[in-house]
Design a protein around this ligand. Structure first.
Ligand code: DP6
Length: 333
């Protein structure tokens, strides 16, 4: 019987962002990044080797995937086959519990789950570092979703094989601390500019890019010590300024890359008001208009209610730190 494997992975939200690749083929980022894996919106992926199939088949949320989405998965399967010395095609079935392509990190959970399930199906025995390196080839942020809790993705040194070897994620030590992330889904539709195109344009044309990368290095060092102290307010402040700096850098691209919508700005204002009222709440945004607000678990309901008031009609979900990517215990071998 052809072998099959199923894996589950969760999205992560970067508190220190990566934006821009120095090698698009090997998927090597310019900058280190640091994230929290969430306990919501898992992706479940099954890879079944199909030795009789003439081509790979990719099913996304119950429908056959086409175009670039299918191509990214097929390119990833080609890499798995090359590593495993195999040639058989595969059937991939992916189920997201988060809208795909809306800046909610479905590519992170998606490629982490695909790396784990695909490696198992093709018989590759990889440790967590090798899995993370592999997941990075699908999506840089996916390298971090291989791990639960907080993870850092190293940009790695040099170029080519050295960079490939040196770019992977690993867990970050943190003091136990009370943290929640309140996610306001402002718009679940696909984004107008893909993150790939947005990154390319920002790297090539934004005069702010080099200084954002440099300030990200300082943010990362401060973030690591804030996490070691379990200092939610410092973690939030650093995350918010890092995200705003990234969006400022995108806005300075020519033409501008703008993901922030009017509701995004209204939510950002409400976060400032919460802080003025003494609630430790800090915003971060990725390649989309959605806002994620970092706060203490005890304040999460108040923060969620505030976001619902300023963004009526938007879904608001409270998340906590989530688990590492794992084989699905319910799946049959
Ligand atoms: C703004 O990792 O989704 O969320 O590597 O091209 O798949 P690809 O992009 P992706 O981009 C994430 C960008 C970000 C910041 C981050 O997660 O570090």
């Amino acid at each position: 019987m052809d072998r099959r494997a199923t894996a589950v992975a969760h999205p992560n939200i970067a508190l220190i962002k990566y934006w821009g690749k120095r090698d698009e083929q090997l998927m090597i980022p310019y900058a280190d990044s640091l994230s929290m894996t969430l306990d919501i919106f898992p992706t479940t992926t099954t890879v079944r080797i199909d030795s009789g199939a003439p081509a790979d088949e990719v099913v996304l949320d119950g429908s056959p995937a086409g175009g670039e989405r299918r191509q990214r998965v097929v390119t990833f399967l080609d890499l798995l086959r090359q590593l495993a010395g195999r040639t058989e095609r595969a059937h991939v079935d992916t189920r997201n519990s988060v809208p795909t392509g809306a800046g909610l990190a479905s590519s992170a959970s998606g490629f982490a789950a695909l790396a784990l399930a695909g490696a198992a199906a093709y018989g590759l025995d990889l440790d967590a570092t090798a899995l993370s390196r592999l997941a990075r080839r699908g999506s840089v942020s996916a390298s971090r979703s291989v791990f639960g809790g907080f993870a850092i993705c190293h940009a790695g040194p040099g170029a080519g094989a050295a960079a490939d070897l040196g770019s992977y994620a690993e867990p970050v030590p943190v003091a136990p601390f009370d943290v929640a992330l309140v996610v306001a889904i402002v718009d679940a539709g696909p984004k107008a500019v893909s993150s790939r195109e947005g990154m390319r344009r920002t790297v090539r044309t934004s005069p702010l890019y080099p200084s954002w990368v440099a300030s990200g290095r300082a943010d990362l060092a401060e973030m690591r010590t804030a996490l070691l102290r379990g200092d939610l307010d410092a973690v939030g402040e650093i995350a918010e300024r890092n995200a705003l700096g990234m969006h400022a850098t995108m806005l300075a691209a020519r033409p501008a890359v703008r993901y922030l919508a009017p509701v995004t700005v209204a939510v950002l204002d409400s976060v400032l008001r919460l802080r003025a009222d003494g609630v430790g709440a800090y915003a971060t945004m990725d390649a989309g208009p959605n806002v994620k607000v970092l706060c203490r678990r005890a304040d999460a309901d108040r923060v969620a209610d505030t976001l619902r008031d300023v963004a009526p009609g938007c879904a608001v979900v409270v998340a906590g730190p989530g688990p590492a990517a794992a084989p699905d215990p319910g799946s049959r071998p």
